[in-house]
Design a protein around this ligand. Structure first.
Ligand code: 1GP
Length: 237
């Protein structure tokens, strides 16, 4: 089990609010992906989070909770990712909810398990954009500035470019990878085939595959190998 996110190239994101059969979950956990991220924008509860975690825990793959609701913070994960949505218009998603959660749990947190994600949401139609009231009308310079903010100003270990539900602008993603010094670029959104996974792996450090697992599982599972092929070719060249 590898808990060093700088080594992660591929991650599956599972939504506790969606059904996944035991058979498919087993394929996901044994797929060779680097980690399973548990998270969603709506309908995430303590109970469905714990249920999903317990099912993933039968396997060795690292299991991470991406916290989006204080009520759904559950112990037992390997790591906890805390998104700070840098382009949220609702400040609760930048620091407000975080402050409330720390009021409750700040004294008992194991900080070695906590990683901050500087998060930018670019698909205005996504649930995440609606919930956070994200300002998605951003140009390249805006996104570059957010990347620098996450990487240099806030020193987030992860800069997450979120297009949830649509395949994004890979040139833009690649541009952010060129300019960050320490942060790892996570890209998620609309990866529903090995070909899109390949393009995303060429642009970002870490590729996140979510919805496709529920809609086109065979294609989604094939993204693991597609990302691995890009990394292997990169090492050889
Ligand atoms: C969602 O970034 C992830 O938070 C993945 O997006 O569901 O579109 O694959 P998709």
């Amino acid at each position: 089990m590898h808990l060093d996110v700088t080594k992660w190239n591929h991650v599956f994101k599972l939504d506790p609010d969606k059904e996944l059969s035991d058979e498919l979950l087993e394929q996901v956990c044994l797929s060779g992906t680097d980690a399973i991220l548990v998270g969603g924008s709506t309908g995430v509860t303590f109970d469905n989070t714990v249920d999903l975690m317990a099912r993933i825990r039968r396997y060795e793959v690292p299991c991470v909770l991406e916290i989006s609701d204080q009520e759904a913070i559950a112990p037992g994960f390997d790591l906890f990712f805390i998104p700070m949505v840098l382009n949220a218009r609702d400040p609760r998603w930048i620091v407000g909810n975080h402050q409330k959660a720390l009021r409750e749990y700040g004294a008992i947190l194991d900080w070695s398990q906590v990683l901050t994600e500087g998060y930018v949401i670019l698909n205005g139609e996504s649930a995440a954009a609606r919930v956070t009231q994200a300002d998605t009308a951003l140009d390249v310079k805006d996104v570059e500035a957010y990347a620098r903010m996450a990487d240099r100003l806030l020193r987030c270990p992860i800069f997450y470019i979120e297009y949830s539900g649509m395949f994004g602008d890979m040139a833009l993603v690649a541009r952010t990878r060129e300019l960050v010094q320490s942060a790892r670029i996570f890209y998620g959104g609309g990866i529903d085939s090995p070909e899109k996974a390949r393009q995303a792996a060429e642009a970002a450090h870490t590729v996140v595959v979510g919805n496709a697992l529920y809609e086109q599982p065979e294609q989604a599972l094939a993204t693991v190998e597609a990302v691995r092929a890009v990394r292997t070719a990169g090492q050889a060249s």
